[in-house]
Design a protein around this ligand. Sequence first.
Ligand SMILES: [Fe+2]
Length: 378
Amino acid sequence: MAKAPKSARAMWSKVFSYDEWMESIGIPIHKGFYIEDVRTLELEWWEERQCKSAFIQLMGQEGVSSARVTEIPPGKTLPPIKFALDEIIYVADGRGLTTVWQAEGRPKKTFEWQSHSLFLIPHNYSHQLSNMQGDKPVRLLHYSYLPLAMSAIQESAFFFNNPYQSPDVVAEQDGEFYSEAKLVHPSSGGDELLGLRAFWYGNFFPDMRAWDKLDANVKRGAGGKSVFIQFPNSELSAHMSVFASQTYKKAHRHGPGRVIIIPSGEGYSIMWEEGKEKIVVPWHECSLFVPPNRWFHQHFNAGAKSARYLALHPPMQFHGHAEKVEDRAKDQIEYPDEDPWIREKFVAELEKRGVKSLMPDEAYSNREYEWSKGMGKQ
Ligand SMILES: [Fe+2]
């Protein structure tokens, strides 16, 4: 009998091409609902990349977004790699340098980063990462849409060190490509931006803990503020939210693939599929979690200071927001409608820390409650 062709096997198997590739590397693959600390996550040596590394594949990421942690030993520079997709790198810990170049003989661009920097490596660029400190390792989180891309093209050689050259966008920008990201006010950006909110725009964000030009996000409660992050010429995007100590946001749900990392703060999130068991995800600086597809999730700041979380977005096909207003209402739970256990648990968690909830009573009775500006300890 003829052996089944690979395409026939793929049709019946539930293994994604990305998963097959990931498993072939032989480094740890961390699963589950959350990573307690990216800085201490167990890694193993990856000979080809000359560093310790591990994949993160939490429930809710499968088949959509890829997350990986690498460690650069003290004072070392990793071998160059050329990757066919745009990649976001978040610096969990350490100080270092990135050098990028389009092709041999083309100008190279080098920039420096530190803990909690965020930057983009454009597709089809060679890049090299260095640890500038001689006494401690660097930890990086890498995020891309590789699982989706590998469902379209299965050969890994297409994605790594492929000689194809994209236009040299870095050289074209005359040294500006990695200058510090800027706040864009749609009113100053021309007609195509009319109607949008202000967003943070660029390829290099020096410190995600320091950014303070945030807009009030009144819909989600807790006096929360947020900023949208857009990378020029890339479909990758992100947003960061900041919310006050001893408060919590409203539960909401959307599509899969959204990797959330905590730049600062202490608290927890609760995630659940409608009508099912609730999962508690404790977090602090450099914790990471992914709300699974269409699961409700809700963020709680139990710490003494404001907390911020950074969400790396999947492609827009997966945002999962309902089109109609009446459907959208089903994707958010207002405080008066929430399970009373949510509030009770929050009060109990704060009690353990010797503090009280700053959630106003009125928020639980008045669906139209408007959080006053500047409310809560920021
Ligand atoms: Fe969310």
